[in-house]
Ligand binder design. Sequence first.
Ligand code: COA
Length: 368
Amino acid sequence: MVNLREATPADYHQIQVLDARYHLGTLTEIEWQHLYAGSPFVERCNFAWPLGWVLETPENIIVGHIGNVLVEYSLNGQSLVGASANRWVVDADFRKHSTELAKRFFAQPQVDLFLNTTATWPSGRAFGRLGALRPPVEAYDRAKFWILDHPAFVSSLLAKKNVPLAQAMGYPAGALLSLASLIRSFGKCKPNRSALVWELSAFDERFDNFWRILRAQPNRLLCVRDRAALAWRFEKPLRNGNAWVLAGNDDSGQLASYAVFLRQDSPDINLRRMRLVDFQSVGDGATFLRRAIEHSLARCHDDRVHVLEVIGFGVARKRQIENLAPYRRQLPSWMFWYKAADRLPELAQSLENPELWDPCTYDGDGCF
Ligand SMILES: CC(C)(COP(=O)(O)OP(=O)(O)OC[C@H]1O[C@@H](n2cnc3c(N)ncnc32)[C@H](O)[C@@H]1OP(=O)(O)O)[C@@H](O)C(=O)NCCC(=O)NCCS
């Protein structure tokens, strides 16, 4: 017998224990509050936002949890209430109750768009069974990447495949891969310390103006990127040097493009990784994108980051990135699932149009 109830701040410690047991990583209490209750959209909503739900035994032991992250979306000038499922976990002995948590997540009457943007294989499968769909874009199960440190990359790859002596084999195999990379990287982005981009240390009012321009574009589903929403995601990593914000101006000195790179390591296999998590521009932004990636590759090199990686994006952006990145890899699962609320059939229908979509790690809870 387990009881399903709304999560409260007092559940923090038990949820961390559960998350750690299933290798989901842990959050400090401040990070936890910031994620579930700190969205700038929470203050503007006229309803109480649940932090998530838990499954609890009669002895008050928490054996399951699904987090509920509030994210605002915009489509054709309309604001949409988005809920992103986060860190869904159920103790192995109680998995027959997993779906109850997911069903509770989907039963929120105030939500327009339900999301799971960091899905593992079982969570994606369960979401699909509950009516969630893959956005009509290709390859949210593939990543494009650049290698900065070939021996370290090979060691991580071997460690992931549980190959003994992965560390020792990294050097000889990495040297060979490094030679192959010389050929493969011809015409692709390379580290460039003098690429013409500006690195910013904070989001200023120019980002609110820029968001007004982005939001006015017709038929684009966009997770809100005003100054407050960007700061909610990136202020702390920016302060710690774990996020880089690069900007490009147009001829009149106005912000015309920006890209955010965020550190997302895989400590279990000793991989130091930077990800391009957001890229927006007025126009195609191709020149800026190349410069931003080249600048970041140089910074990755200086910071001893092993790989730079990109996941997602819609048709046009994906093509741009594919032209610049020498490598791609298959991810363990399709990561992005969505469902329009049942009371909004016209939204569900419009989301079938691939041109609306440009999904990336910025969406949902991908940057937390
Ligand atoms: C996410 C979670 C709550 C989903 O629970 P669930 O819907 O009950 O799914 P299960 O974990 O029982 O897995 C369902 C099935 O998929 C199988 N499966 C799991 N991972 C798989 C993979 N990578 N490839 C193929 N099959 C897989 C399981 O063996 C199981 O098979 P069965 O139905 O024949 O027994 C649960 O998997 C969990 O707590 N996982 C650990 C935390 C986690 O990774 N959370 C995801 C964060 S988004």
